[in-house]
Design a protein. Structure first.
Length: 427
């Protein structure tokens, strides 16, 4: 029975203190979960002291976002998914029609062949070439351009046969994702946007529920069991640590577990991320096809990548064949007139010059290539058809790399708040 205004005031003060426990626990849960998300993506570069320890053991007086710090590893995991489950490079290039590629090249082909013919002629027969009227030179170039399509089609057919050796899709994807770490951040952030929002909000809900148990336990220990408060100095820090740890761990668990749908009594449970397979597939396909697996990136990789010698071999083969066939019946006599070595050099120079024109010509094919490959639809359709365990690997690796660290950070932050409560609220 409260007998005085002072007792009433003390009662309400104590009540407010107890009510603050679930509220603070809720805020701890929210703050630790938000911090976990921030630490997943930021900073892009290492910030702090002891980077060598961070790289070697994962601990130091500093931090780099989990995704940027493990960008190459994550990129390669994304590549394994793309190359083994979603896209076979030979199937993609099989969609290209060589005749359609030639049609796209026609507007730019004449200009490029004109440069090739002129440079070869000036290198080996400058006097003759300069003595020819401009109309005659134009006719020669026109004849070369008219005869070029069958050889370009043949080049395309050979490229399609050898595309596995010419284009390393794994290296292309990894290179593009590592060029700018913001891209791989964006890929995972946009695919997991709903899950990251859930992590933030779940901290509030789970933290509040844990806080209710925490308040009840604290009341029981102090008021019912009559423990001395000085002997309970450990309780609120420990409870705060548990709250921060559990809210982070529970949020991550609910996103990815259970991997396969399971029914418990009347409840059907399935990982939140896995329930959004269609939506995530569309987003992943859009970003990948727009920023990574573009026609421009693939053609440039073929032209300038580590396996570009395959393209050189194909061009050399067909340019030499074209020269030999256009010389026709005069071929046996050409070496006698210009010399065997010079004739070989003419063909080699023509092939080399044509290769130099590829970067100027191939952009004319990009639009058709994108349309024929239809990479976005291909990726989206295949991804939507993945099994649940395979689809789970799209986003889960982001957290697996340092999942325990994120959970421990939540626990440490919760413990710090518990110490604050012990000293300043109930002290």
């Amino acid at each position: 029975m409260i007998s005085s205004a002072e007792d009433t005031s003390d009662f309400y003060v104590e009540l407010l203190k107890y009510c603050s426990i679930p509220i603070v626990a809720s805020l701890i849960g929210y703050a630790t979960n938000v911090l976990a998300i921030v630490m997943t993506f930021s900073p892009l570069e290492y910030f702090g002291w002891g980077e060598q320890f961070f790289r070697r053991w994962g601990f130091s007086l500093g931090w780099q976002g989990i995704i940027p710090a493990n960008a190459e590893k994550m990129a390669r995991k994304a590549v394994v998914l793309i190359t083994t489950k979603l896209v076979r490079v030979e199937d993609v290039f099989d969609e290209l029609d060589p005749a359609e590629v030639v049609r796209c090249l026609k507007p730019v082909l004449s200009h490029s062949l004109s440069k090739v013919v002129s440079k070869v002629a000036m290198a080996h027969a400058p006097d003759i070439w300069e003595s020819l009227p401009l109309t005659t030179r134009s006719e020669i170039v026109e004849k070369v351009a008219e005869g070029a399509p069958p050889y370009i089609e043949a080049m395309m057919i050979d490229m399609k046969k050898d595309i596995m050796e010419m284009l390393d899709l794994e290296d292309l994807v990894v290179e593009k994702l590592l060029e700018d770490k913001r891209l791989i951040n964006e890929l995972f952030a946009r695919c997991g946007e709903a899950e990251f929002r859930f992590i933030e909000r779940s901290g509030l809900y789970f933290g509040f529920l844990l806080g209710l148990f925490q308040a009840a336990a604290w009341f029981g220990l102090r008021e019912v069991s009559h423990f001395e408060q000085s002997s309970l100095w450990w309780f609120l820090p420990a409870a705060g640590a548990v709250c921060g740890y559990v809210t982070n761990a529970l949020a991550l668990w609910l996103i990815f577990q259970p991997v396969e749908p399971k029914t418990f009594w009347i409840f059907r449970m399935h990982g939140l991320f896995l329930q959004r397979q269609r939506e995530v597939s569309i987003m992943f396909a859009h970003i990948s096809s727009e920023r990574v697996l573009t026609a421009k990136n693939m053609w440039e990789r073929i032209m300038f990548g580590p396996n570009s010698h395959h393209l050189e071999d194909i061009v050399n083969k067909h340019v030499k064949r074209a020269v030999d066939e256009h010389v026709g019946i005069l071929r046996p006599f050409i070496p006698l007139v210009v010399g065997t070595q010079t004739f070989v050099e003419v063909k080699e120079q023509a092939a080399a010059l044509l290769l130099l024109e590829f970067p100027r010509c191939l952009p004319a094919t990009y639009e058709y290539t994108e349309r024929a490959m239809d990479m976005e639809k291909r990726l989206s359709t295949k991804m939507q058809g993945l099994s649940c365990p395979d689809f789970e690997r799209v986003l889960h690796p982001v957290f697996e790399e340092d999942e325990l660290k994120l959970i421990i950070v939540g626990g440490v932050l919760g413990m710090c708040v518990g110490i604050f409560q012990t000293v300043y609220v109930f002290g």
